[in-house]
Design a protein. Structure first.
Lengths: 165, 178
């Protein structure tokens, strides 16, 4: 049970939210941080429905196809993705950026991808930790992106178009 | 002050990191961002072990140096009014009504999370305070991973969602075998 004061606040908050126009409400929804995958896709310019799909897949974490990504993947394409991720990480000075850098370090070491930007110098690849923290592993994992079939659902043109943006 | 305890299942490497460096709140939990703990009960260790098993089989500990099961028992202390009860009937009714009226996709866990976050933030604004701990029911691991938890009998287990890790005053690491 919440306190009487909290109950009054709940009712007032509920009334305010209901009074919001649908447009304002959706805008507020949009302002809430997405999970890692969705935020990255959004930043990379993917269409909104694809972002939502990725968010759902990532959150449910029901798809694990990591083995499909690396073998035979196009190195140039991965490199573009990598740049997009670095750019995204640079745009945020919060803990999320720190996590992204850690994850990128792990990923690049493992898959031998060389970022084309000097920005990656901020990372010390030799220092990356195999255990990148509970948050990355359990709640906010970029690795979901590479496990997710989402990447493979984009047709080539759409994929290239977004990456080129 | 109110003192509670909860369990968090993970691999030993991550558990050691939590013990040494503290928890880092996740962003994508179904009830919003935070550290998710199973509330202390007869089954809370089994739930944590079940969660570990579920995530292990998803491959989440592939990179961990020690993939063995561990449970972190966290003790939390906060003022009573810093807890927010998600199972309060009014909260449930508000979330339900809000979702219907605003056309929220109730099968989309990301949208569900956002509705909770928006609602709780709005309540915080009105109440002029921050809730450091949410308490509510969260779905258990799949039954195959946690056969000890009688979900048909008890419903979804109670959890604490820690939004401010400063309330965690102690962690104890328990190694487990599965």
């Amino acid at each position: 049970m919440n306190s009487e004061n909290t109950n009054r606040a709940m009712q007032a908050a509920f009334d305010d939210l209901l009074r919001m126009s649908d447009e304002d409400f959706m805008s507020t929804m949009h302002s809430v941080s997405d999970n890692g995958v969705a935020a990255l896709l959004e930043t990379a310019g993917f269409p909104e429905n694809r972002v939502a799909e990725a968010a759902e897949l990532s959150a449910s974490n029901e798809i694990d196809v990591v083995s499909r990504l690396v073998p035979g993947s196009d190195a140039a394409l991965i490199s573009k993705w990598f740049d997009a991720f670095v750019g995204f990480a640079q745009s945020d000075t919060s803990q999320m950026a720190e996590t992204l850098y850690e994850t990128l370090g792990t990923w690049s070491s493992e898959y031998h991808v060389s970022p084309s930007r000097g920005s990656f110098d901020r990372l010390s690849l030799t220092d990356w930790l195999p255990e990148i923290g509970d948050m990355v592993a359990q709640e906010f994992s970029l690795t979901y992106l590479f496990r997710s079939e989402t990447m493979f659902r984009f047709n080539d043109d759409e994929f290239e178009q977004c990456l080129a943006a | 002050m109110r003192t509670e305890s909860g369990s968090h299942g993970t691999c030993l490497s991550f558990a050691e990191s939590i013990r040494d460096n503290g928890f880092r709140p996740g962003r994508s939990g179904i009830r919003g961002a935070g550290v998710y703990l199973w509330a202390e009960s007869a089954e809370y260790l089994a739930l944590a072990r079940g969660w570990y098993g579920f995530r292990r089989d998803k491959g989440d500990y592939k990179r961990a140096s020690d993939k063995e099961c561990a449970v972190v028992i966290a003790k939390i202390v906060a003022n009573e009014d810093e807890f927010f009860d998600l199972e309060d009937r009014e909260v449930v009714n508000h979330i339900s009504e809000l979702s219907k009226r605003k056309g929220i996709d109730t099968k989309n866990s990301n949208d569900i999370r956002k509705v909770y976050e928006i609602y709780i933030r709005a309540v915080e604004t009105k109440a002029k305070k921050e809730f450091k701990v949410l308490e509510g029911r969260v779905g258990p691991p799949p039954a195959a991973y946690c056969p000890e938890y009688p979900v048909m009998l008890l419903g979804a287990p109670f959890s604490y969602i820690i939004r401010d890790t400063a309330v965690i005053i102690n962690t104890e690491l328990v190694r487990c075998t599965i």
